[in-house]
Write a protein that binds this ligand. Structure first.
Ligand code: HEC
Length: 183
């Protein structure tokens, strides 16, 4: 019983050290990741998001789209994402370094959107889909993002326009040092 304090301190120390280790190992491994060229002397990737898409990301975040959509293409060895056409290569940590909020997602009720911009329909069709999702789809309607003009036509709000710009900007169309396109 004399040693109880030491045993207790040892347990606390061990738990604290392993907790810190888990927290810090990610930072040590990925904290210094920066933009990098895929080939020597090449352009720096990932690219920055274009203007309106930055606001569209906030709309995506505020509407909870991330609850049903992931933005991470798994390597061929870990799933059939590439075969399904979710992206031309798997996602790597570097793809996310410029993003203010990383929207990886954990549930895939709908398709992965990491490369949605590359397969997206026209802007009009995306608006139409947000307004009226496919029949029987689990996706809710986002009709509140639209108003009616005087002649009865639907007019997208600023939020809808930014959201569509964001969806169109989601592209994996560049190589990264860790994952090259078409390999
Ligand atoms: C409750 C789950 C759910 C939520 C929340 C949700 N979606 Fe979906 N989404 C789906 C499902 C299921 C599909 C596939 C069927 C369809 O196209 O309607 C889908 C399809 C899509 C597609 C077409 C993808 C493709 O590959 O063709 C886009 C784009 C999309 N959603 C964007 C959004 C955006 C933006 C939001 C937030 C404003 C959102 N979704 C919220 C479930 C959801």
């Amino acid at each position: 019983m004399k040693n109880i304090k030491f045993i207790f301190a040892g347990v606390v120390f061990t738990l604290a050290a392993s907790f810190l280790g888990i927290l810090l190992s990610g930072r040590v491994q990925l904290g210094s990741l920066g933009r990098a060229p895929a080939e020597e002397g090449g352009l720096l990737f990932p690219p920055r998001e274009p203007g309106l898409a930055i606001q569209g990301r906030e709309v995506y975040l505020s509407l909870g789209c991330v609850a049903c959509h992931t933005q991470q293409v798994r390597p061929a060895s870990q799933g059939n994402d590439i075969a399904k056409g979710y992206g031309p290569r798997h996602s790597v940590a570097r793809d996310y370094i410029l993003q203010s909020s990383v929207l990886l997602g954990t549930h895939r009720i709908g398709p992965d959107l990491a490369n949605y911009g590359a397969r997206a329909a026209s802007e009009n069709e995306i608006h139409q889909h947000l307004l009226v999702p496919k029949a029987g789809s689990a996706m809710p309607s986002y009709a509140f993002l639209y108003t009616r003009g005087k002649d009865g036509t639907l007019v997208p709000t600023e939020k809808a326009i930014a959201l569509v710009a964001y969806l169109k900007s989601l592209k994996i169309d560049y190589s990264s040092p860790e994952a090259k396109l078409n390999q």
